[in-house]
Design a protein around this ligand. Sequence first.
Ligand code: DX5
Ligand code: ZN
Length: 227
Amino acid sequence: MKDFVIAPSILAANIACLGSEAERVLAAGADWLHIDVMDNHYVPNLSFGPMLVRALRAHGVRAPIDVHLMARPVDRLIRESAAAGAELISFHPEASEHVHRSVQLILDQGCRAGLVLNPATPPEVLEYVLDKLDLVLVMSVNPGFGGQSFLMRMLDKLRTVRRMLDQAGSKARLQVDGGVKEDNIGQAAAAGADVFVVGTALFGAPGSDYRAAIAGLRRVLASAPVI
Ligand code: DX5
Ligand code: ZN
């Protein structure tokens, strides 16, 4: 079976207890932590920055920290996120003047590099940097907020990007982000995704039972008709 990655978006966690929330969700079986950096310019919301990555590392988090930059410009935040302990850093091409250079900057920091496709952004933007990418993030909501509904139209884009990656012989991860829940994660996996960002469906689980929520997601993934 494919090694699927569950990456909780801590934007949906109890922000007053982020350290213990991170511990609990990783102990419950999550693989990565997804950190949504929002600057209230590129997206109409303000969240947290690289200092949170540093704090989580100091708190003892050893799992991969996946920083999703919804900010503009990105280059300084790339350096700061890497220095703070990020393992993966992804950004939106619309937020960089020189996308190829920003991807290379992530790689030069020793991190894995990702590019993020907004719902209206075509996969063609990947073409001339695909060989450098470790991750492609397909947004299944418009960036800026958790708790939105999954845009089913993005399943087509996942299939297209999966074909692009396979044809290029790329080992990059294909991540889907936004509105992922038990009732759509199987379709996202069948469309080619292998990393699943889950915010509300996990941190809003009944009784905050993260273990049961992750087990439910993995049960659906285990029976997904994966290509
Ligand atoms: C939205 C963020 C997502 C979001 C996921 O801009 O990039 O990571 O927090 O949360 P849910 O799963 O609640 O949509
Ligand atoms: Zn995100």
